[in-house]
Design a protein around this ligand. Structure first.
Ligand code: FE2
Ligand code: FE2
Length: 326
């Protein structure tokens, strides 16, 4: 039997062709509403609103195509001041899940549902936190690449933290939530970095690099100002570029908070697997191998192991590890 899943109606663009078949639920049945290629009109939206319908359904097998569609429209949705916050929040949610699906070894695996369920309560709180969302969307207005990166790192790191601390009674729900804010906003300080530097395609000059390296401290200051500086977010924003061998910035410290280590893994992973104008994307498995080779402590190694299990890459990557080590 075919399975369906609900999607918020707000993220479907008016007067554009639908990329998947859309259904509405009626008497526990899924009734076709708009076929793939059909145009979603204002009249249809008004009609749905009139019946109090705020979600439509898509086939589970179409989820990837639908999320990709929402993600490509996110920039429009998030930067348009006339679009209400609830629409932006819906686009943010769909984009986050899409990022996770893209990184998973099997994008249609049931694990994604499991992870989504564990993330759900946290997402609900993010959505309620208007100031936090404002901070997040202010990154969009500055630079969309940084926003996409923030979403990706936010979702990878939060999922990793949930898995890693699963059996650690000292890390409760409240701490995970504070971490989650920190992960999504880890690069908020980049709002202060001029676009000429942020978007530069070649190598940064010495002076430009000095400016870039200040984003952890600027992020810390912004979080403090907006009242989001929980202990976890402070460590994450300030230390996510520090490395255990002291080669990182801004302080070159080696005693790094566990949450900042989690963020660093997610941060490097996203940088490697993302497309940029100056580089093609690396395969997730290859990215994991690089991160594994760079792991400098038992703590980092066990974080990478958890990340690999979470993404459903266990067998393949252990095989690669053996090859790599000889
Ligand atoms: Fe950063
Ligand atoms: Fe980052």
């Amino acid at each position: 039997m075919e399975s369906f899943r609900p999607v918020p109606i707000d993220v479907i663009q008016l007067n554009e062709k639908s990329v998947v078949d859309l259904f509405i639920k009626h008497d526990e049945r899924f009734v076709p509403f708009l076929g793939r290629g059909g145009i979603f009109t204002k009249e249809q939206l008004v009609e749905l609103n009139r019946f109090g319908i705020n979600k439509v359904y898509i086939r589970v097998t179409d989820a990837n195509a639908f999320e990709e569609y929402v993600h490509t429209h996110s920039e429009l949705i998030l930067t348009d001041p006339t679009i209400p916050p609830r629409v932006k929040e819906a686009a943010f949610y769909v984009s986050s899940i899409h990022a996770l699906r893209k990184a998973m070894h099997d994008p249609n695996s049931e694990r994604i549902e499991e992870i989504k369920n564990t993330l759900k309560p946290m997402f609900k709180n993010i959505m309620k936190n208007k100031v936090l969302l404002k901070d997040l969307f202010s990154i969009t207005e500055h630079d969309f690449n940084t926003y996409t990166h923030s979403i990706n790192v936010g979702i990878y790191a939060t999922a990793l933290a949930i898995h890693f601390f699963e059996h650690d009674a000292s890390v409760g729900m409240e701490s995970l939530e504070h971490q989650c804010y920190g992960y999504f906003l880890h690069d908020v300080g980049k709002c202060m970095v001029p676009l000429t530097i942020l978007r530069k395609q070649g190598k940064l000059s010495q002076e430009e690099w000095t400016v870039m390296k200040r984003h952890p401290q600027w992020g810390y200051a912004i979080l403090m100002e907006t009242g989001h500086l929980t202990d976890e977010a402070a460590y994450i924003s300030m230390q996510h570029h520090e490395r255990p061998d002291g080669s990182g910035y801004p302080f070159g410290m080696s005693d790094i908070h566990p949450c900042a280590r989690i963020c660093a893994i997610a941060d490097i992973f996203d940088a490697l697997i993302s497309t940029r104008s100056y580089k093609s994307p690396m395969k997730p498995l290859d990215a994991i191998e690089i991160i594994r080779r760079e792991a400098r402590s038992d703590f980092d190694t066990s974080l990478v192991d958890t990340f690999v299990r979470m993404l459903g890459m266990n067998n393949e990557s252990s095989g690669l590890s053996r090859t790599a080590s000889g």
